[in-house]
Write a protein that binds this ligand. Structure first.
Ligand code: UGA
Length: 450
């Protein structure tokens, strides 16, 4: 099957490479000449485990190509996927659909033969209707069906998620298009991936509702973690006890510094706006957005607490800058709010990330970047783990302690055990952990530090 993917960003590139790997003939089109040139050379614009190999091998086999020339690629395609960005519109938080609609306008004159236009970008309910209207207005004669097929890929695990999805959602109003979509995903039927056929509007809403629900789950456990700290309970024990209930499930119950990334923050805000615009306010999601925003900055209070309230003039090492491991993505990363807050308090920040330092430099210019966790810990008064990269899970604690001015570790992902760290002579603070008597400080201190 011949597929044209418009937008060689995260979703477009991963989907394009995976469809090519299934045996389809894929062209990824992007307006960014530099990006397409790099992709043709086999260089990736993003870091995603396994993507480089997948792109190179499928390009070598002649199933995957890259182009800046939309017209030719659309003419030949049976399926055109729209995978361009839908950033938050400045001011109101609505998803900015101008790129999606521009693609619809651009592809309309080039469509020939029965063509399925698949919207992969995360878009508000009704966008599929508008894409169809734009195409029909420009080309009343076109034989076209518009389908919503949201993606549920996680950065860092995107290829695995694509090939072993929990479900594939296809929102469609046309039987022929449904058959084309079935053919497109046929290799996954063999793996028995559930394919859920819905109306188009339901598919559009499923994506937002799923992301908002996951964001709510994280925010819920984060607030329970705060309560644990007050009550002397351990949030990991609580999460395990709660998550073993099959109705709840144990995933996305890891307390931390708040969710970040290119999806949850943007999609929750957009869903809130959709609710408000349709007189069906989503008060839970509104609260999730507010609580999460506040939380990222409030993590600096934990650091202040570990430093007895005095951040001014102190050197703080921060390891793990990207919004999660296995990506170089810094969008809405909790590290940004945390480091900015520490700098506002008069602290000097050193930082290290295994992959994301180049991206981090743009968001956080006034930071000393270090090439390893140990050089980051050098002469630091405290070390903060913000992202749980695999390589931070077994640090040489003796070496770390020796490098630091003071052995203080703030573990915002709970990857270490308090007793182990304390045995090594560290003052240790996790998230949602009962403080040791010696480590507990009055809440006022935390407040005054913020
Ligand atoms: C998320 C969804 O998980 C995907 O299903 C969806 O396709 C994607 O958004 C999207 O809309 O494109 P992603 O943003 O890549 O994927 O990352 P997640 O693994 O979901 O993590 C998001 C944030 O939540 C990270 O900052 C992570 O650290 C945080 N998180 C996650 C927690 O703090 N605790 C958890 O238990 C899980």
């Amino acid at each position: 099957m011949r597929i044209t993917v418009v937008g060689a960003g995260y979703v477009g590139l991963v989907s394009g490479a995976c469809f090519a790997d299934f045996g389809h003939q894929v062209t990824c089109v992007d307006k960014d000449v530099g990006k397409i040139r790099a992709l043709k050379r086999g260089d990736m614009p993003i870091y995603e485990p396994g993507l480089l190999e997948l792109v190179r091998s499928n390009a070598r086999e002649g199933r995957l190509s890259f182009s800046t020339f939309l017209a030719g690629a659309v003419k030949r395609a049976e399926v055109v996927m729209i995978a361009v960005g839908t950033p938050s519109r400045r001011g109101d938080g609505c998803a900015d659909l101008s790129y999606v609609y521009a693609v619809a306008r651009e592809i309309a004159p080039r469509i020939s033969g029965f063509t399925v236009v698949v919207v992969k970008s995360t878009v508000p309910v009704g966008t599929g209707d508008e894409v169809e209207r734009i195409i029909r207005e420009a080309r009343p004669d076109a034989d076209v069906a518009v389908v919503s097929n949201p993606e549920f890929l996680r950065e860092g695990a995107a290829i695995r998620d694509f090939k072993h999805p929990d479900r594939i959602v296809i929102g469609c109003e046309d039987e022929r298009a449904r058959q084309v979509m079935a053919e497109l995903y046929r290799p996954l039927y063999i793996n028995a991936a559930p394919i859920l056929g819905t109306r188009r509007r339901a598919a559009e809403l499923i994506k937002y509702a799923a992301n908002a629900f996951l964001a709510t789950k994280i925010t819920f456990i984060n607030e329970i973690a705060d309560l644990c700290e007050k009550l002397g309970a351990d949030v990991q024990e609580v999460a395990r006890g709660v998550g073993l209930d099959n109705r709840i499930g144990s995933k996305f119950l890891h307390a931390g510094p708040g969710f970040g990334g290119s999806c949850f923050p943007k999609d929750t805000v957009a869903l809130v706006k959709i609710g408000q615009d349709n007189q069906a306010p989503l008060r839970i999601v509104e609260t999730v957005v507010a609580v999460n925003d506040q939380r990222k900055r409030a993590m600096a209070g934990k650091v202040a607490l570990a430093l007895d309230g005095a951040v001014r003039g102190k050197t703080i090492g921060v390891i793990g800058l990207t919004f999660k491991p296995n990506t170089d993505d810094m969008r809405e990363a909790p590290s940004i709010a945390l480091i900015t807050a520490l700098q506002d308090m008069g602290g000097k920040v050193k930082a290290h990330d295994p992959i994301g330092m180049e991206q981090a430099k743009a968001a956080l210019p006034d930071v000393i970047y270090c090439d390893s966790p140990y050089s980051c810990a050098e002469n630091a008064d405290a070390l903060v783990i913000v992202t749980e990269w695999e390589q931070f899970r077994a640090l040489d604690l003796g070496r770390l302690k020796q490098a630091m001015a003071r052995p203080v570790l703030i573990d915002l992902r709970n990857i270490y055990r308090a007793d182990e760290l304390r045995k090594h002579g560290f003052r240790y603070l996790g998230v949602g952990k009962p403080p040791l008597e010696a480590d507990s400080r009055p809440t006022e201190l935390l407040r005054s530090a913020l």
